[in-house]
Design a protein around this ligand. Structure first.
Ligand SMILES: N[C@@H](CCC(=O)N[C@@H](CS)C(=O)NCC(=O)O)C(=O)O
Length: 229
């Protein structure tokens, strides 16, 4: 059976995406957790990942690194699965959307690390996220994310709440950690972007991963996890 090496569920964005890709493929796989902040993490990581990064998919000895490559490998192993849309142009648009998330938003990602068990509410009208949003580049990237979602949904999303309509695919999976960041840090979104982010976070596969993150945080210590970073 295929093995997917994942990190801590509450904080590992890329392994969340890799896990969602595996589930969208419909293929059987086992997830193996490698916590990245333990004393032996670097050594264990070096054993399983030639890039020193996870997720890593291992299929009968064949090692696939990088989330996008994993999604493409799974798509080729299970052509027609839910990873990409069936129509060529829709599929290309989905790859464009996934690639944009994969390659960009470094400042936003650094300012607002994903933490699925953390909430940073706007207390008594005081925007506690103002400093994060004020970091160079962050507001423009928050605007670009919403524009990207809006344009993709306008072109392809008429039939449902996701980027490509009724079916959640790997492009939506790529954005799921972003939706979670906006929730954690109380980033105020335009109504259409908020509705899309809510739909992504409510998707059963995303909800399943989040439930796993919450269970893990309870085991490790909720307060410690919620306080990170
Ligand atoms: N481009 C890679 C990024 C993967 C990545 O950055 N993974 C992080 C965890 S979410 C990692 O392995 N970090 C290693 C470390 O923190 O030691 C991908 O798409 O898979």
């Amino acid at each position: 059976m295929m093995r997917l090496i994942i990190g801590a569920k509450w904080s590992s964005t890329w392994t969340m995406r890799g896990w969602l890709a595996c589930r969208l493929s419909g293929l059987p796989f086992e997830a193996e957790t490698l916590f990245l902040s333990r004393p032996d993490s670097k050594a264990r990581l070096a054993e399983v990942s030639p890039t020193g990064l996870i997720p890593v998919l291992v299929d009968d000895g064949f090692v696939v690194t990088d989330t996008l490559a994993i999604a493409e490998y799974l798509w080729e192993r299970a052509p027609g699965c839910d990873i990409w849309p069936q129509d060529l142009r829709a599929r290309t648009a989905a790859r464009m959307s996934a690639a944009e998330m994969h390659a960009h938003f470094a400042e936003l990602r650094a300012a607002m690390p994903m933490n699925l068990v953390k909430r940073w509410p706007i207390a008594n009208g005081i925007p506690s996220n103002a400093k994060l949003l004020g970091r160079p580049g962050v507001e423009a990237q928050v605007a670009r994310v919403q524009r990207s979602w809006r344009d993709t949904r306008a072109a392809w999303g008429a039939g449902g709440p996701y980027l490509f309509g009724a079916r959640f695919n790997f492009a939506d999976a790529m954005w799921a950690p972003m939706a979670s960041r906006f929730r954690t840090y109380s980033v105020v979104l335009a109504p259409d972007a908020q509705a899309y982010a809510d739909a992504v976070l409510a998707h059963p596969l995303v909800a399943e991963w989040v439930a796993g993150a919450e269970a893990q945080a309870r085991e490790i210590g909720w307060e410690a996890c919620a306080a990170w970073p």
